[in-house]
Write a protein that binds this ligand. Structure first.
Ligand SMILES: NC(=O)c1ccc[n+]([C@@H]2O[C@H](COP(=O)([O-])OP(=O)(O)OC[C@H]3O[C@@H](n4cnc5c(N)ncnc54)[C@H](OP(=O)(O)O)[C@@H]3O)[C@@H](O)[C@H]2O)c1
Length: 309
């Protein structure tokens, strides 16, 4: 039997339930993964919170888009994976589980040297970060403004931008500034006066901006500072982003499937050799999914929250 987490209605954490069901068998081009760790993401909360609709026909919704684990069975036509392989998979449906089926083309080798928790939290935020850095054309010599620099996506985005030899200014709460400095980022606080603070930190101008926060302030400051709107990317402002002529990334915007698939492999390699750090804030057993989501929603966590089935 498989134990998993489902949203049985739309609402708050009260709709989450732990359920038992027969362990599925992989169909053609699928693998069954024994989950060792499942990354928790803002998207998991949004999906049952009704942000993307409240269609009753979609209930119950299995949660969890990314996992690390061990291949337990392979379906027909799977050639690059075998039983016993340590892997990471994203996107999957229902990763908050003891076992999950994954399309084989979403599965790659787990980066050696990375723990299960770190490995499970690498892909969703990591590929979004890589997509943003790519879309905004971040390259050597650029000055880049990153809004929400200490979030799940932000911590990867700033590291990728620094690896590209850009100068990175990142917005975050003051308690995150030391961490950002350690990553080579010039930190500043979001909120009133942000435009002036960034102008002072970047007297020669800002070449590109990544909005990973989705606030009006992030968008307004980016538009005021960056001349080329194609070098402003948002992953979180789907209301104003399209109207402003900037790059809007992710479901509902540019999906960037090829960019993200290539990035999945690239960031796994960077993490394997230590050039990309993965920060895990906390781990919870699967049965404590409500506590994990409460911590995520409190926005007090730095780095990933992970469930250990
Ligand atoms: N489109 C896509 O493909 C895609 C993929 C992944 C995520 N997303 C979305 O992107 C957003 C960020 O995701 P995440 O996983 O990084 O979330 P997260 O880990 O919760 O990080 C969000 C960060 O936003 C910062 N923040 C809070 N209020 C802010 C403000 N007023 N101005 C600037 N920053 C502020 C917080 O920083 P402090 O701790 O410093 O306060 C927090 O670290 C979410 O809306 C998520 O749904 C989209």
């Amino acid at each position: 039997m498989t134990t998993s987490v489902q949203a049985q209605a739309y609402g708050g954490t009260e709709v989450l339930a732990i359920v038992e069901s027969p362990t599925p068998e992989p169909g053609p081009h699928e693998v069954l993964i024994t989950v060792r760790a499942a990354g928790v993401n803002v998207a998991d909360v949004k999906v049952y919170g009704g942000v993307w609709g409240t269609d009753p026909a979609k209930l119950p919704i299995p949660l969890g888009f990314e996992v690390a684990g061990v291949v337990a069975a392979v379906g027909d036509g799977v050639e690059h994976l075998a039983v016993g392989d340590a892997v990471i998979a994203h996107p999957v449906r229902g990763g908050y589980a003891t076992e999950v089926l994954a399309p084989a083309d979403t599965v790659i080798a787990k980066p050696e040297g990375l723990g299960w928790a770190e490995a499970s939290g690498l892909q969703l935020t990591g590929t979004a970060a890589a997509h943003a850095v790519h879309a905004a054309g971040v390259s050597a010599g650029d000055t880049v403004l990153v809004h929400g620099a200490a979030g799940g996506v932000g911590l990867v985005a700033v590291q990728l931008a620094v690896l590209r030899d850009a100068t990175v200014i990142g917005t975050a709460a003051p308690g995150q500034h030391d961490l950002l400095r350690e990553l080579g980022v010039v930190p500043t606080t979001y909120g009133d006066g942000l435009l002036e603070r960034v102008r002072e930190l970047a007297p020669d101008g800002v070449d590109a901006a990544l909005d990973l926060a989705g606030t009006d302030e992030a968008l307004d400051v980016s538009l005021a500072l960056v001349a080329d709107r194609q070098r402003i990317a948002t992953i979180a402002n789907f209301d104003r982003g399209p109207k402003e002529g900037i790059r809007v990334l992710g479901a509902g915007g540019e999906e960037g499937k090829d960019v993200r698939a290539a990035a999945a492999v690239e960031i796994a390699e960077l993490a394997a050799d230590g050039r990309l750090k993965v920060f895990v804030e906390a781990t919870f057993p699967l049965t404590a999914v409500v506590a994990a989501h409460e911590l995520l929603s409190s926005r007090k966590a730095t780095g990933k929250i992970v469930l250990l089935p």
